[in-house]
Design a binder for this molecule. Structure first.
Ligand SMILES: Cc1ncc(COP(=O)(O)O)c(C=O)c1O
Length: 341
């Protein structure tokens, strides 16, 4: 096994999302439910016992957040407290030891502080990927939680997930298959993603789409990696929070900024019928996606154009409003930024 550190990116490079490891990671070992001290290490391979709970019973979860370099050069984490809270919630759902909020926040901060020199200028960012997984060496523990675990905060300099703001996305509307189970959609667990993978691969091969929009039973949930919103000049409409989908922090930020800008926010069910007859815009919201316009839906073999098929004006306006806060170019009215440098 190689223990060589992964290569770091040059600060000005625009690497493909998630493919470049920042030089440092923060590691916390959990023994009998007790979290140890954070240790900053080179990003490199570590060993795991082949009997580890995660390898057999899928006890793994993660988070994804960004630290942005502002126009003033200062690097700030965006809403890291909300990501801490969501990771605690997911860990509880997976019966993993729940990280103390301060410890996880400190580990995130340390991951940024030790990777400042590879944090790109905007529109790039330093993406943080905390992971937590069960390490208890017991292959008989199918019905028992893992008391031992590892919490690692990885970092990666990133550019744009969908390759820029200009391109409108194409989605397959899947009305039969769910992304995951109804009670587990709110968990940021790797198992949810691998369950959606086969469906997404098939949709890409068959229809050349970017993502699948899951709408089992004709009720819109979300895509495999982002929340779904409808917009027009007056309103933003998105599914109300329930356990079936991930409670995106970008979704919440866009709704909050939208209210600030005078949009009416409606959190309610969206039927596929309403979606197909919507005359405004559609967009995906996520840490990686930011706010990306949707131009085309594929439904029952038909292509349906949303608006004029391009990224809508309201989508661009809200995307820019969010980016301006993240880069500290607009006032941080909601206390979302946390400076590291
Ligand atoms: C399935 C799914 N839904 C929604 C989101 C958006 O969540 P957030 O805005 O917190 O990144 C993500 C992550 O980006 C996701 O993986």
């Amino acid at each position: 096994m190689s223990t060589q550190p992964a290569p770091a990116a040059a600060p000005t490079a625009a690497p493909a999302f998630g493919t470049v490891a920042a030089p440092h990671m923060v590691v916390i070992d959990v023994t009998d439910g007790q979290f140890g001290d954070p240790v900053v290490q080179e990003t490199a391979a570590f060993t795991i016992h082949p009997f580890a709970h995660v390898l057999h019973y899928g006890s793994a979860c993660f988070e994804g957040l960004k630290a942005h370099r502002g126009h003033d050069g200062v690097v700030r984490m965006f809403r890291h407290g909300s990501h801490v809270a969501r990771m605690q919630r997911t860990a509880g759902l997976l019966c993993l030891p729940v990280p103390p909020a301060d410890l996880l926040a400190d580990a995130m901060r340390a991951a940024v502080a030790h990777n400042l020199d590879v944090t790109p200028e905007s529109p790039g960012a330093l993406y943080l990927r905390p992971i937590l997984f069960g390490t208890e060496p017991n292959i008989g523990a199918a019905a028992a939680p893992s008391r031992h675990a590892k919490l690692v905060v990885l970092a990666s300099p990133v550019g744009d997930y969908f390759g820029g703001a200009a391109r409108a996305l194409k989605l397959l509307v899947e009305t039969t298959l769910p992304r995951t189970t109804p009670q587990f959609g709110e968990a940021k667990a790797g198992a949810n993603y691998v369950m959606a993978l086969g469906v997404t691969q098939q949709a890409r091969a068959d229809h050349g789409v970017d993502q699948v929009l899951f709408a089992p039973g004709g009720s819109v949930q979300e895509t495999g990696a982002a929340n779904f919103l409808l917009l027009d000049d007056d309103s933003i409409v998105t599914r109300a929070l329930d356990t079936s989908f991930l409670h995106g922090i970008t979704r919440d930020s866009i709704l909050t900024l939208g209210r600030d800008l005078g949009y009416r926010v409606e959190e309610r069910d969206i039927s596929v019928d309403e979606l197909l007859s919507w005359e405004g815009e559609a967009a995906l919201a996520g840490t990686a996606a930011v706010l990306s316009g949707v131009g085309t839906l594929v439904h029952d073999g038909d292509q349906v154009t949303i608006g004029d098929g391009q990224v809508g004006a309201n989508t661009s306006r809200l995307r820019e409003a969010l980016l301006a806060v993240q880069r500290a170019e607009a006032p941080d009215r909601h206390g979302w930024l946390s400076a590291v440098s």
